[in-house]
Design a protein around this ligand. Structure first.
Ligand SMILES: [Fe+2]
Ligand SMILES: [Fe+2]
Length: 309
């Protein structure tokens, strides 16, 4: 009788559903995409409207070849940023949540979900690497490289960690990764839905985005269990790091755009980009995933407003 009553609860467990379907659902379990087969040299590598550099004074004088090189470099930059988010923010937090000292849900299903997520995220880094490899070769952009610490999100994590050690630092790392996992789908969707660009770029980003919808559930479930086990001061620290993370994901990257512009022989400086970013209203975004998360954690929606400011 007891087993019969328990089964429906097990069936309702979202992580059970996700982990069971993992082998049929995720990119790493599918045949590898024929990248060159989906590369059409005549199509742009990145949407023009997502490249702030092309909105700066002087950009209208760039010829077609320069603009195309800038778009290709923007695609390389986009993947370098994605890989840095995975490697610097998400993967370390997944491994942390497998540690005994972190009071997070750790039954067999939760451990499965974490290992599956680690495999997915590492595969996403490889997908970015392979797609960018084709772009470098086909567009002659072998030398465009970005250090992992150049992105505002990675800098944001470094800044929020200053002076912290031990468990406090663990909390901040995990809260920051939760911000990343709540935001990354939106970041990928802008490209996954861009019909005017290179099919290889759209398809590879879409494959990644599909995996992220599962991760959002894993992170909500695991971070929710962690948050409920924290005391008042630790919860406060978690919330602050979450807001800092969400804000960092919305802040403009500066130095990488200077590198991107240089590929088209367009010399700009970071002040021009900051002025441009400050003069524009923050882009609208879907706060649905964030609100779901806050409901799960029992955190007030005021936090959404804090991030919007
Ligand atoms: Fe990912
Ligand atoms: Fe993810």
């Amino acid at each position: 009788m007891t087993a019969a009553r328990e089964e429906p609860k097990y069936e309702r467990d979202l992580l059970v559903q996700l982990t069971r379907r993992w082998g049929k659902r995720v990119a790493v379990k599918k045949d590898e995409l024929d990248l060159d087969g989906h590369f059409d040299a005549a199509l742009p590598d990145f949407p023009e409207h997502l490249v702030p550099v092309l909105a700066l004074p002087g950009a209208d004088r760039l010829d077609r070849d320069a603009r195309e090189r800038i778009l290709s470099a923007a695609w390389i930059s986009y993947n370098a940023k994605t890989a840095a988010i995975e490697d610097e923010i998400i993967l370390p937090a997944c491994r942390l949540m497998l540690q005994e000292r972190i009071p997070v849900r750790r039954d067999d299903v939760a451990v499965d979900a974490l290992h599956q997520t680690i495999i997915d995220e590492h595969y996403h880094i490889l997908m970015c690497h392979n797609a960018v490899g084709v772009t470098r070769r086909r567009r002659g952009l072998e030398d465009v490289r970005f250090a992992p610490g150049v992105w505002s999100v990675v800098r944001g994590l470094e800044a929020v960690r200053v002076g912290l050690s031990g468990f406090d630092r663990d909390i901040v790392d995990i809260a920051f990764s939760l911000a990343a996992e709540t935001t990354i789908s939106g970041f990928l969707s802008t490209l996954a839905t861009a019909q005017e660009i290179q099919p290889m770029n759209r398809i590879t980003t879409d494959l990644h985005r599909r995996d992220e919808s599962g991760h959002a559930v894993v992170f909500r479930e695991l971070c929710g269990s962690l948050y409920r086990n924290l005391d008042g001061a630790q919860r406060e620290m978690f919330r602050e790091a979450l807001v800092t993370g969400l804000t960092a994901f919305r802040s403009a990257d500066l130095d990488p755009w200077v590198t991107v512009a240089a590929q088209g022989g367009f010399e700009i400086d970071t002040d021009q980009l900051s002025e441009w970013a400050a003069s524009r209203p923050a882009p609208a975004r879907d706060t649905g995933p964030l609100q779901l998360l806050l409901d799960d954690l029992g955190i007030s929606h005021d936090l959404v407003e804090m991030v919007r400011r």
